[in-house]
Design a protein around this ligand. Structure first.
Ligand SMILES: [Fe+2]
Length: 222
């Protein structure tokens, strides 16, 4: 095996990308071992019944606080071909901007009816839909006063790989100063959902987010 793997560059971001970038050169796993390293993505049947509806912890429990929204779109590769049966794992802050996570040390309120996590699979045409609560913006870096605009984290798994992106909301005051917006420039538009009206009485509005996982039209992945 060659000794010269690829070294990833640390880009100009919020001074934390260096902590998330591998420090050693990337090495290709020997072909004979690759199969055993490929993550296994469970099929649709393993999804819990309620995971597409993040507005409630369970179907018979009260709804979380805030504005209920629908998020939907199509997952596709660089040629525009739909990707079916991919797993989308979703997480976000609650209506107030608080994560239900051990590392969220803010004293912003939790919502006992909001877990902030969900999971859906794309259908045979690459389409997905989930419901959630429109998340609050939060002060991500109190030391430098940097707010993160409203956003939803989405992990896409399929075919042995996993990518993580973020969905942003249009016309949010902190969008332009967000590290991902600075990195992407004009292409940041791809990560901003496009509002649509939905006749469903259980949600206030819809946000369309088509996820392109490769090529020149790809959305931003971390
Ligand atoms: Fe976040």
């Amino acid at each position: 095996m060659s000794n010269s793997g690829r070294q990833l560059e640390i880009g100009p971001t919020d001074n934390t990308s260096d902590q998330r970038t591998p420090r050693n050169r990337l090495r290709l796993i020997p072909e004979i071992a690759r199969e055993s390293f490929a993550p296994y993505v469970p099929q649709r049947g393993l999804s819990r019944q309620n995971e597409w509806d993040m507005t409630r912890i369970a179907a018979d429990l009260p709804r979380a606080q805030g504005i209920a929204i629908e998020v939907s779109g199509k997952l596709q590769n660089e040629r525009g071909t739909p990707i079916s049966n991919a797993m989308l794992e979703i997480w976000s802050a609650n209506h107030f901007g608080r994560y239900r996570h051990i590392e969220d040390h803010s004293n912003i309120p939790l919502d006992e009816h909001f877990l902030g996590t969900g999971r859906v699979f794309t259908d045979s045409e690459g389409n997905y839909t989930f419901w959630t609560i429109s998340p609050g913006a939060y002060l991500a870096r109190p030391d430098i006063g940097r707010w993160r605009p409203k956003h939803i984290h989405i992990s896409v798994s399929g075919g042995g790989s996993r990518l993580i992106t973020q969905l942003y909301f249009p016309d949010e005051p902190n969008n332009a100063s967000d590290p991902m917006a600075i990195l992407m420039g004009d292409d940041f538009e791809r990560n901003i959902g496009k509002p649509y009206e939905t006749p469903k009485i259980d949600v206030d509005s819809g946000l369309n987010f088509d996820i392109v996982v490769g090529g020149r039209n790809a959305v931003y992945f971390e």
